[in-house]
Design a binder for this molecule. Structure first.
Ligand code: GDP
Length: 332
């Protein structure tokens, strides 16, 4: 069993790679719910949706979110009714939000609702929300505190950021199965997701960091930062706000207490060398996932370096980074 900690975009691409190279039944994904929101009265869980859609083959590859080929008639009609339309939900996507909201209203937990939706969409992997308790990522800006979706989608992450906090995290509990999945996995892989607003909320749930420290398998992370910049999105701004450099060293620092291996891009080979000097185990490869085969290749490489006993001999970082450099790392 492989356990992945994930947000919704970089995470979904990586999970797509994994499901190409191993049986989906052997993958458990612990997903961030700090971005969840009530939209038009419906419970939307953007990262759970992206992971569910990628695993059911429904994810729109062009947009990277929502259902492929979806229509937006309801969004249009809501606009005509004077309702907010900044958060785009397609019609088929809405069906999932409607079903989840009904299940929650009937008293199901978010984990139970997620399992029911996954079963209906024939998802073979196990998707676990990080918690069934409400944990909300709050972004403090000079204009006031915003939810993550207000900051990211409504305001296009243009606001300067003072800090980020996870409201409710102190009283939250890991969802059923999360701690066991992390502790017993053959390997735990932190997806190339935003370290602050996708992985940060997961780590803020009491008990999850401790589970990572107790993990039987190796814990690896794939860096979402390439060449001192995020491949996409506000990770750099948010890392700076939390006192971390926007670099592979910043990613290593965010995960330093539990990390066995950092997988970074071939383009960061020099920075990787200085990280190794400071004792971090680093593997360089091509990490930009443009095509299905890029995703599969990255997943295969990460598995090759993580599955196996923790006491394994270090694989030859040198040869792999040279191979990757020879293949050439493309621009994002
Ligand atoms: P969110 O929930 O939409 O924020 O999604 P994630 O946190 O899972 O993914 C966002 C992160 O994915 C960003 O910080 C990007 O830098 C990273 N990312 C996106 N595509 C790629 C890729 O192809 N390779 C790598 N290494 N990182 C990526």
């Amino acid at each position: 069993m492989i356990c992945v900690l994930s947000g919704g975009t970089g995470g979904a691409k990586f999970v797509d790679g994994l499901r190409q190279v191993m049986p989906a039944e052997e993958i458990t994904i612990v997903v961030n719910t700090g971005d969840d929101l009530l939209w038009w009265g419906l419970y939307v869980s953007p990262d759970i949706d992206s992971i569910t859609y990628v695993l059911s083959g429904l994810l729109s590859r062009e947009r990277g979110w929502g259902v492929k080929g979806d229509t937006f008639l309801c969004l249009q009609a809501m606009g005509q009714l004077g309702e907010p339309t900044w958060f785009h939900t397609g019609d088929r996507d809405l069906a999932v939000h409607l079903l989840r909201s009904r299940l929650l209203a009937e008293g199901k937990t978010l984990s139970q609702a997620t399992a029911i939706i996954c079963e209906k969409l024939s998802v073979k992997a196990r998707i676990l929300p990080m918690s069934d308790s409400k944990v909300e990522t709050r972004v403090d800006t000079p204009s006031g505190e915003l939810s993550f979706e207000e900051y990211f989608v409504q305001r296009w992450y243009q606001d300067p950021v003072n800090s980020v906090r996870f409201a409710g995290a102190d009283d939250a509990h890991p969802a059923p199965g999360v701690v066991e999945a992390i502790v017993s996995a053959d390997a735990v892989i932190v997806a190339p997701s935003n370290p602050i607003t996708s992985i940060g909320p997961i780590l803020a749930v009491p008990g999850i960091r401790d589970a990572l420290l107790r993990a039987r398998g190796k814990v690896a992370a794939v860096s979402p930062i390439v060449g001192n910049a995020p491949v996409a999105g506000p990770a750099g701004i948010l890392m700076a706000a939390q006192g971390l450099p926007c670099s592979i060293a910043g990613v290593a620092k965010a995960y330093e207490d539990f990390l066995d291996l950092l997988v970074c891009d071939a383009r960061d080979a020099r920075a990787a060398e200085s990280l190794r000097q400071s004792g971090v185990r680093v593997q360089c490869t091509q990490t930009i996932m443009r095509s299905a085969s890029d995703r599969a290749e990255l997943a295969r490489m990460v598995l090759a370096h993580t599955v196996g006993p923790k006491t394994d001999q270090r694989p030859s970082e040198e040869s792999s980074s040279n191979e990757a450099a020879a293949r050439g790392a493309d621009q994002p």
